[in-house]
Design a protein around this ligand. Sequence first.
Ligand SMILES: [Zn+2]
Ligand SMILES: [Zn+2]
Length: 169
Amino acid sequence: MDTVFLGRFWAKVEKSDGCWEWKASKTSAGYGKIVFHGKLHQAHRISYMIKHGSIPDGMVMDHLCRNRACVNPDHLEPVTQRENLMRGVGGSAINAAKTHCKNGHELAGSNLRVNKCNGSRVCRTCLKEYKKKYEAENIEKVREWWRNKYWKNGRVRKNHSKTDGIYGA
Ligand SMILES: [Zn+2]
Ligand SMILES: [Zn+2]
């Protein structure tokens, strides 16, 4: 990593004795994000690489401090995906063991959607309901999102799920 990038990186961080807060933009899951070599990266992973050189193959970063916006490498530990799910404070640990959503739909097969960012397990049936409701209540926002998309792409792709991306899912 070159000094220009490192300067850009650390300018977005507020260091303290505890967590090092990421001050720039974050992913929908709350992790800091930054573009490096033309690709979007999670800031805490970069921070770990700055200190340790690389991340062991197949490992994900666990925030020991449970603060996703934190990029203090001393608060990060590489673990396997599974370990990370089981470790999560309440939320993801309980989530990993959940077989049904709160409305009683089975969290399995095609009804199960796993969020790649935070490993949370989502019920597709409920997600669909949620999207419908969201659209009904935020019709102007949805329309504007479509307008933006249309202008950006020149045309709207066929077979595109109508609302992908609005919720940052
Ligand atoms: Zn921290
Ligand atoms: Zn459900």
